[in-house]
Design a binder for this molecule. Structure first.
Ligand code: MN
Ligand code: MN
Length: 454
């Protein structure tokens, strides 16, 4: 018996075979990540992988039975993977895993295009909590959909393929940056100056008005059939261009846009595909988490309880009883301790990079407000199931008391009367254009999800 607790490094605990598994899992994760820059991308990829694993579309009125595997894509952005188990749902409840697949980014405004000084720009409105100064002077890719009249949907992705052009937000040269440098980081780059260069070639023969914007619109019309007004019926966003990359000589870490929270979505999806559990399991990809989970595709919507109710009705179970006996892992990232900024963390209660899946009893701020707070009983159950399966895990509190704080979807699920706990991957540089995670932590979250499904 170990009398004292010491946090362990997951790489130190791994033998050669486990290390191979950690690195192999990371390759699969990176492939998923590169195709999942937005929630629509992640939903599309989830559908493909679900179909490969024998999942078929879910309908609210259908009669389900043990062994059935279904997927439900809510409005192209919010995914429910459903596996009906042999165990009685009334007694055992449902094992639910939820991660979000939206990430901070720059959305285009409804009237985004304008020309100034010989350049054509996109006006943006940032989505989620970003440090605005981090989004200048880096290559950005354009993703999303545009609706043409008559219900024709055009999908757009520019800037991810080798040879594609990218988009670019300028920053001030340091030579003239004295005044900017004296401002707080928060004010150094303002939201209304996050305008991305979208063209610089004037239309032939047009010298009056906005020749560059005209030329850009001509290009867009030729390629996608869109006119300027169609932007008003679109969802387009700019995200950092490029793929996930290994970091360090040993490649122990991965830097990428959008780890938060695809780094939890991918492991939970793999777990529902690969688990041999007898329980009924639902794996959810949520949308709108970064802006408060409102709306029809966010976790504050009724859709999740509608899905649970529909499953219960179909199996002849009482949804109230099922929810009461269900458990949920809210799989979201937490802040990894960063020694460069040690003062905002509690060293003894932070999650550490490469020390495994991070369990957060609560998140919130200002005296544990606005958060789920997992019970000792639930945490005890979780410890037993993680330890039985050799999951490397740790606890993680998001920063020191009153240093700030944050939230996850955990409270929305637990408000439905479902025991919920946050378990995720520690991240360095969270919400930066490129975030950093450890492959060992990604793999241990996958093992944690597998253990949870049992
Ligand atoms: Mn998150
Ligand atoms: Mn986030």
């Amino acid at each position: 018996m170990e009398l004292k607790y010491t946090r362990k490094n997951a790489y130190e605990l791994a033998d050669g075979e486990q290390l191979d598994k950690i690195y192999a899992f990371a390759e699969d994760y990176k492939s998923f990540l590169n195709l999942s820059k937005t929630e629509r991308g992640a939903a599309c990829e989830a559908r493909k992988q679900a179909e490969k694993h024998g999942y078929t579309p879910f309908t609210f009125s259908e009669k389900l039975k043990a062994g059935d595997k279904r997927y439900f894509i809510n409005r192209g952005k919010n995914v429910f993977l459903i596996r009906i188990g042999e165990e009685d749902v009334s007694r055992c409840g449902i094992r639910i895993m939820v991660a979000h697949v939206d990430s901070p980014r720059l959305d285009l405004k409804p009237n985004p295009l304008y020309e100034e000084n010989g350049l054509c720009y996109f006006k943006t409105h940032y989505y989620g909590g970003i440090k605005k100064y981090q989004w200048t002077a880096l290559p950005l890719a354009l993703h999303g959909v545009v609706m043409l009249p008559g219900g024709v949907k055009k999908e757009i992705c520019v800037g991810e393929e080798e040879g594609d052009p990218v988009f670019y937000i300028t920053d001030l040269l340091p030579h003239l940056g004295a005044e900017q440098g004296a401002k707080t980081l928060d004010k150094g780059v303002e939201g209304e100056s996050l305008n991305a260069v979208a063209g610089g070639l004037p239309a032939v023969g047009e010298t009056e008005g906005e020749p560059v914007k005209t030329a850009v619109l001509k290009l867009l019309n030729k390629k996608y059939g869109i006119t300027e007004i169609d932007f008003q019926c679109s969802e387009l966003c700019l995200v950092p261009a490029g793929k996930a990359r290994d970091v360090g000589f040993d490649g122990a870490l991965i830097s990428s846009y959008g780890h938060d929270d695809k780094v939890c979505a991918y492991p939970e999806m793999r777990a529902i595909f690969e688990s041999d559990t007898k329980h009924t399991v639902i794996s959810v990809f949520a949308d709108k988490e970064e802006v408060g989970s409102d709306g029809a595709t966010g976790m504050q919507s009724k859709v999740i309880s509608d899905v649970i109710d529909s499953i219960c009705r179909s199996l002849g179970a009482d949804p109230i009883e099922v929810r009461y006996n269900s458990r949920c892992i809210s799989a979201d990232v937490t802040a990894a301790y960063d020694p460069a900024y040690g003062s905002v963390y509690d060293k003894r209660n932070s999650a550490y990079i490469s020390c495994g899946a991070a369990v957060s009893k609560y998140t919130g701020s200002k005296g544990k407000a606005n958060t789920n707070d997992a019970s000792a009983e639930l945490l005890g159950c979780l410890r037993d199931c993680f330890d039985a399966d050799g999951v490397v895990w740790q606890t993680g509190e998001l920063g020191a008391v009153d240093a700030g704080g944050g939230g996850t979807v955990a409270k929305f699920i637990s408000n439905l009367g479902i025991d919920t706990v946050d378990v995720g991957v520690p991240v360095l540089s969270m919400h930066a254009p490129y975030e950093l995670v450890s492959k060992a932590d990604v793999y241990n979250l996958y093992k944690a999800c597998l253990a949870f499904c049992k």
